[in-house]
Write a protein that binds this ligand. Structure first.
Ligand code: NAP
Length: 306
């Protein structure tokens, strides 16, 4: 559901380039919030529903879309696609001069920094960003949108960006938003895999996912998230891992039991084996008597090349 706000005050015109599921949600939300909205997509048919409802104009070229508004939001597949769209259309480069580009595709920090330099060379102000919610949650006040790069651009367009969700500015390094994005998704995939693997383990004894989820998630939040991760985050910043109530060696033993249980029960065992190998590396580095969080020291280094 999107916010229907008053359009009595003229809202900033915005162009949206890229109408995949996410670009469509962005354009629709901007339109619903009273922004005169122009869109462009390689496959123009995808704009049909949006344009039919009114308040959105379909540009014939990417350059025409950029020229239509002081602010252009790009939401394409990746940085390579962004360059393919805006560089192949020679007029887009000229159109960007003196305008603002906010780019919301995912990618790597170096790609984001290169994009900032690319935009600067074309005379555009550039803000990079990352969207931390799926398309149906765009426009909800609590939906997190991360931004980094030019702070003056963020400050000037904060109200427009707030119509898409909760805008969080991370700092002047353009690469920070996609770095946070990759880090948060890394945490999401690891946590989902942890839950799915654990569910497969108890599933081997015919326990249903519904039955397990109730116990597992109600245990996980207070015991692991609140009492361990939130409470001990300051220790990570201090590299302080007192092993007085449990050591890395004890945890390595537990990981070995998990691996052997998986083998016994006939379920996948690579995930606990990998966690065991990481814990072993921490022991090799002298953290055998520290608590489990000392694997953070392993994670801060590149993976050794064999
Ligand atoms: P997507 O499949 O990642 O991107 C689709 C868009 O890219 C369409 O506009 C598509 O044009 C365009 N495109 C792809 N290749 C192209 C090319 N060679 N030349 C020109 N245009 C090209 O779909 P999305 O879900 O909308 O995602 C867009 C960005 O948002 C991605 O970076 C994604 O990581 C990020 N994001 C998505 C979600 C989500 O849940 N969907 C959540 C958070 C962040 P056509 O329509 O012509 O194919």
């Amino acid at each position: 559901m999107t916010n229907q706000r008053s359009t009595s005050k003229q809202q900033t015109p915005v162009s949206v380039i890229g109408l995949g599921p996410m670009g469509l949600a962005l354009a629709e939300t901007l339109r619903d919030n009273g922004h005169p909205t122009t869109v462009w997509n390689r496959t123009p048919e995808k704009a049909a529903g949006l344009v039919a409802k009114g308040g959105v104009r379909l540009a014939r070229t990417a350059a025409e879309a950029v020229s239509a508004s002081p602010l252009t939001i790009t939401c394409l597949k990746d940085y390579e696609t962004l360059h393919a769209v805006l560089d192949s259309d020679g007029d887009s480069g000229d159109a960007l001069k003196g305008r603002v580009l906010v780019n919301l595709n995912s990618g790597t920090p170096n790609e984001a920094r290169a994009c900032a330099s690319w935009a600067a060379a074309r005379g555009a102000s550039y803000l990079d960003g990352a969207i931390m919610v799926p398309p149906p949650l765009v426009g909800h006040p609590g939906s997190v949108f991360l931004y980094s790069g030019a702070q003056d651009v963020f400050d000037e367009h904060r109200a427009t960006l707030a119509s898409l969700g909760d805008p969080r500015y991370l700092g002047p390094d353009s690469g920070l938003a996609v770095l946070y994005n990759a880090a948060l998704l890394d945490m999401m995939y690891a946590t989902m895999n942890g839950f799915l693997h654990a569910t497969a383990m108890v599933g081997s004894a015919n326990v249903s996912a519904v039955e397990f989820a109730d116990l597992a998630l109600n245990w996980f939040m207070p015991t692991v998230v609140d009492s361990t991760l939130l409470e001990q985050a300051p220790d990570l910043d201090r590299s302080n891992y007192p092993g007085d109530v449990g050591t890395m060696r004890m945890n390595l033993n537990a990981l070995e039991h998990i691996t052997r249980t998986c083998v016994e029960q006939g379920v996948h065992s690579e995930q606990p084996r990998l966690m065991g190998a990481i814990a072993e590396r921490a022991v090799d580095r002298g953290h055998g008597g520290d608590n489990y969080l000392a694997v953070f020291e392993v994670f801060k280094e590149p993976t050794p090349v064999p």
